[in-house]
Design a protein around this ligand. Structure first.
Ligand SMILES: [Zn+2]
Length: 141
């Protein structure tokens, strides 16, 4: 995906209102979680309505930070029996352990922290099946 330079606001339709800004921070509120603030973001923001479009890099930072922060908060309440180790998931999906970690970063696999280590959540089987299907479709291209 190529970075787009925004000029007109896609939200309110103002012309030439989008200005590039960096050092922005955004706070996300999810039901059941403490608010999560992600600092140092950049992107284009509308001077008329305040709507913002983050750069690709910032969007990735947001996804990985939100997933990571949720994992830290979840680790206080998820019990060990709901977890599965990275090796088992790798085997299940027929991918490498690195790919499993990558998918955790991308928010495709939910996980929690146990000490310093990340453990995927023993999600329902159907979501792993879906992922497996997607991986295999992608690799056939
Ligand atoms: Zn606007």
């Amino acid at each position: 995906m190529k970075e787009k330079k925004w000029i007109d606001c896609p939200a309110c339709g103002s012309k030439g209102s989008m200005k590039y800004k960096k050092g922005m921070s955004e706070t996300y509120r999810n039901p059941g979680y403490e608010p999560i603030t992600v600092p140092n973001l950049d992107g284009y923001f509308c001077s008329a309505c305040g709507e913002g479009i983050y750069s690709i890099k910032s969007s990735k930072i947001i996804t990985s930070k939100l997933t990571d922060e949720k994992a830290r908060q979840d680790s206080k309440r998820v019990v060990a029996s709901e977890l599965i180790d990275v090796d088992s998931v790798a085997k299940k999906l027929s991918v490498t352990r690195q790919r499993v970690h990558q998918m955790m970063d991308e928010g495709k696999i939910s996980y929690v922290y146990v000490g310093k280590h990340r453990f995927p959540v023993r999600d329902n089987e159907s979501s792993y099946k879906k992922l497996k299907k997607r991986i295999h479709t992608a690799s056939h291209k």
